[in-house]
Design a protein around this ligand. Sequence first.
Ligand code: ARG
Length: 462
Amino acid sequence: MQQDDKAAKAWSGRFSEPLDRLAQRFNASVDFDRRLAPFDIEGSLAHARMLERTGILPAADLAAIEKGLGQIALEVSEDRFPWSIDREDVHLNIEARLTDLVGDAGKRLHTARSRNDQVATDIRLWLRSEIDTLIGILRALRGRLLDRAEAEAETLMPGFTHLQVAQPVTFGHHLMAYYEMFTRDADRLADCRRRMNRLPLGASALAGTSYPIDRESVAKALGFDGVCENSLDAVSDRDFAVEFLAAAALAQAHVSRLAEELVIWTNPRFGFVELADRFCTGSSIMPQKKNPDVPELMRGKTGRIYGALMAMLTIIKGQPLAYNKDNQEDKEPLFDAVDTLNDVLTLLTELLDGLKARPDRMRAALAEGYATATDLADYLVRKGLPFRDAHDAVARAVREAEKAGKDLAQLPLATLQSFSPLVGEDVFAFLTPEGSVASRKHIGGTAPVAVRAAIARARKAL
Ligand code: ARG
């Protein structure tokens, strides 16, 4: 970062002494908001072209501005732009550099504009493109889940409640639950994008401008669906940042839930799945260890995104209209949340590719938890017993099986009949996990046919 003591400050004319050093560092945002440079340039070009169209800016000045901004874009992309903390933020850095390059035309760019509507525009342009990227990453993840679910449509595993074996499900069905979550996440991001996609420029500092500007044409040039209707709201609204972070927090919560399951499932006590070695780490002291660091970190990153959401909500709280410098604090939480979510979603997609299911281990767990007890109760109900009585009969049968160290299907017919005379020879077909899942074939059920149908519907929608 350059230090430029001749202080090319855009606003220093009013002051009798330079800004205190610490205050300068405290006030400056260029260290992080330089990330917005490509969007700042895009916005400036659209603004300058509108100024020229409306007769506010001479054609020669527009030509100079276009040329200068073109060179600046190149300098930024090649990482040789002379960023300076004396120029405070990304906007003033680019404007001052433009003036260095093209002279007075550069000084005319800021006509009918303020950094307040400029930054509000930049951040929307940036976030919009990040949302598009995230929706694309989510689409890849959802596609990967569909592929894995299809391959595991018949794989039996215990479904859990309270992390206790509950009923048999198929692994494909379990994976499809995450497909549903990530589909809602993509939807929420698209919804946030739609509401956010309006142009603040033209609001100027807060009250609009006395120049004969054409906001609609700038909105169109920048791909916005329209303009922000109220100038005070345009410069001060950060609702979209809260909405985005709330959507990001939910997506991250879903990542964290699956990550947690991977940690549990890879534990040798479960052994339901194996992660590819390229996603595991060893221990510096215990030679035998294969640790699920990657899913653990995916779970651990959740605090950052929840924290970003809390920070953003707090930033907007109690701000009087219109723009306040508090809003400069919107950037770092947004940047961090976007980068984190990008990483975890991409890694999760890769992780699922290298995930190996262990159907033998899933099946063994299924045999230990009386997972078909509900099926036995349903069987008795179909034979005419009221459900509560059936529940009680099966509960006693489970107690007996537990004493004998056996699964329900391993009890002799006579023993089962001692709990209800309604039990017949056909009962054993209902006590297998295959029979249990196959019978749940309605829409949303865990039967392989139902899972395949859900996958087919999802493929169509994706
Ligand atoms: N760096 C500022 C921000 O991020 C730009 C707007 C500053 N406007 C102002 N009047 N100080 O919000």
